[in-house]
Design a protein around this ligand. Structure first.
Ligand code: COA
Length: 142
């Protein structure tokens, strides 16, 4: 299997991606259009595709950055059938290579060892809140 990682969002079937995320229990409620916007509006994206399966998306990750000093890594996912072969590591390395000199943060529930192997270190204490209700923009705007 040949898996290629690049930064093109061209031709992605976002409905299929959502189905795959649901199947992998990594769907956080975003409809396909919202997921697409999350990626389109991120400064840097990394998309992994199976070249032997018509370019099917088998991994994704994205990075928010101010372009100066701070970045935030999000939505790192490898399709369950493609794990343990370096796909996510390649995606994260491709993203971090775009932000030399910047501090890259992330939050993870259970993939600490994955990020530790890429040089990330715990930095307590992470705090967060949801403004209002999750995915509710307070308008009809998605
Ligand atoms: C975490 C994830 C992105 C890794 O993808 P991957 O393509 O298999 O990663 P790689 O092959 O580059 O690296 C695999 C390494 O990460 C480790 N790893 C993978 N998943 C892990 C997990 N959930 N917890 C701890 N370590 C994990 C593996 O042990 C492996 O290390 P090894 O090579 O020493 O055995 C993938 O398991 C995934 O999509 N999980 C569900 C979504 C998720 O949890 N994403 C991270 C959110 S912060």
């Amino acid at each position: 299997v040949r898996v290629r990682v690049d930064d093109s969002l061209e031709g992605i079937d976002w409905d299929s991606v959502v189905s795959d995320l649901v199947h992998d229990d990594f769907h956080n409620g975003r409809p396909a259009l919202s997921l697409r916007r999350s990626f389109e509006r991120s400064q840097h994206v990394a998309i992994a595709r199976d070249e032997d399966d018509g370019g099917r998306v088998v991994g994704m990750a994205r990075l928010l950055s101010d372009g100066v000093c701070n970045a935030y890594l999000l939505d790192v996912w490898t399709h369950s059938a493609y794990r343990q072969r370096g796909v996510a590591s390649s995606m994260v390395q491709a993203l971090t290579a775009q932000v030399p000199g910047q501090h890259v943060g992330l939050q993870t529930g259970e993939a600490q060892s994955f990020y530790a192997a890429l040089g990330f270190r715990p930095q307590p204490e992470f705090m967060s809140k949801i403004v209002g209700a999750w995915l509710d923009t307070g308008s009809s705007r998605p």
